[in-house]
Design a protein around this ligand. Structure first.
Ligand code: DOR
Ligand code: ZN
Length: 430
């Protein structure tokens, strides 16, 4: 057999909702090719299916090195491939923290060895993510090609350190991805968005202002320095409005929203199930509506999973002491279809933009990820059945962890096949 031919599939990328009706998609080696050039390919009937460019995740936690009992590069990227992703950006809150070029190179190397998707290391902003001294951001960029920097898990609290980081990345086009959480307003025990629920359940409140005051500060620091700022996991309507304001003034700011903040309201934590503990916490209907609106109108540029695997032991403590975070890679596309496409708020081209093209551009991967589905382009795509649904079963996850907040929900189950550089990293037809 020579290559793969998908016949009669609707091609949807960030340029076209579905290009002039169904067409053929052909793969030979690592590239898309002219369908006429294949000799005896494997043929797949694409009728009723849609091809999207491979999804790109700006924000996930792969836990290797250091917490391999929760996830590895192999298991995390297998989950990514199952979810339609062909590239994932790996947050640096690892053991050791990704704060040197050697450590960043080691993660990229693990990705090449074990990955079912491209693994893009994110560098730390501060040494050890301690928020005290800047990591050598220029060296991370020069020697390891790092473009995204984040202390995620922690917020860079010091405005002085953040402005130094802005100055450092402005020179080479780096991006500071901030986990916005003012620790005076929401410390490490804070976990509940609503004041009323927090007092009723005996939890510490995590008010929306803890996020929005940092977003407001950072867009001003970015404006003053010309640096690029990326706001991680935006969770409140106030933050969306600040990003809207900053973009209107030409500030180089982008923002992401997670699938869980798009779908899950904060009443899920009423039962005390620590699966629903996440940072920033789940929010209410008004915030969810603002996030959906922001994603639809492009103020929020991208969907990013914040896939955060944790072992059962790490989720076993009482709510305020258990680790924050939930899985996301396998159900992100399903959630965006359910909350945005089915609601008529995004068409397929816009979805391809928010989940592939825009995140690829932010991460500096635009030469190989998030490309239009045309002959000559790298063969990075996902074939989906938009009508297929299933009840999510956390036991069937490719992740090593089981903290799946969608367990038991009836959701779209769209991913039929994922192709990364010509390699079928998920093949639901085999
Ligand atoms: O819920 C979260 N989990 N938020 C973060 O910022 C970090 C992440 C993790 O690493 O588990
Ligand atoms: Zn975070």
């Amino acid at each position: 057999m020579d290559g793969l031919l998908i016949r009669g599939v609707a091609l949807a990328d960030w340029i076209c909702p579905t290009r002039d009706g169904p067409g053929d998609l052909a793969v030979a080696g690592e590239r898309l090719v002219d369908p006429g050039s294949l000799v005896s390919p494997r043929v797949v009937d694409g009728s009723g299916l849609i091809a999207l460019p491979g999804l790109v995740d700006l924000h996930c936690h792969l836990r290797q090195p250091g917490q391999e009992q929760a996830e590895t590069v192999a298991s995390g990227t297998a989950a990514a491939a199952r979810g339609g992703y062909t590239a994932v950006c790996a947050m640096p809150n690892l053991y050791p923290v990704t704060d040197t070029p050697e450590r960043a190179q080691a993660i990229a190397q693990l990705g090449r060895r074990d990955g079912a998707a491209e693994v893009v290391p994110i560098g730390a902003i501060s040494l050890g993510q301690q928020g005290q001294r800047l990591a050598d951001l220029a060296a991370l960029h020069r020697l390891a090609g790092v473009r995204l920097f984040s202390d995620d898990g922690h917020c860079v609290q010091s405005a002085r350190l953040m402005s130094q980081a802005c100055a450092a990345v402005a020179g080479f086009g780096g991006v500071l991805a901030q986990h916005s959480q003012d620790s005076d307003l929401a410390d490490s025990l804070a976990c509940c968005h609503s004041a009323e629920r927090a007092s009723r359940l005996g939890l510490e409140q995590w008010p929306a202002t803890a996020e929005s005051v940092i977003v407001a500060r950072d867009v001003q620091l970015a404006a003053a320095s010309g640096a690029r700022l990326h706001v991680c996991h935006v969770s409140s309507g106030e933050s969306v409005e600040i990003v809207r304001w900053a973009k209107a003034r030409g500030v180089k700011v982008t923002a992401e929203v997670t699938p869980h903040h798009l779908l899950l309201p904060d009443d899920r934590m009423e039962g005390g199930d620590t699966t629903f503990k996440v940072n920033p916490p789940l929010t209410d209907a008004a915030d969810i509506e603002a996030l959906r609106q922001g994603l639809a109108d492009g103020v929020i540029d991208a969907v990013a999973t914040d896939h955060a695997p944790h072992t059962p032991a790490d989720k076993a403590s009482p709510f305020e002491r258990s680790k924050p975070g939930m899985l996301g890679l396998e159900q992100a596309l399903a959630v965006v279809i359910e909350t945005m496409v089915a609601e008529g708020r995004l068409d397929w081209a816009m979805l391809a933009d928010r989940m592939s093209h825009a995140p690829a551009a932010i991460a500096g991967l635009g030469d190989r990820q998030g490309r239009p589905l045309r002959p000559g382009q790298p063969a990075n795509f996902v074939l989906i059945d938009p009508a297929r649904r299933a009840v999510v079963d956390r036991a069937r996850s490719r992740s090593r962890s089981r903290n799946n907040p969608y367990h038991g929900l009836d959701l779209p189950d769209p991913v039929v096949l994922t192709c990364w550089l010509g390699r079928l990293t998920h093949d639901g037809l085999a």
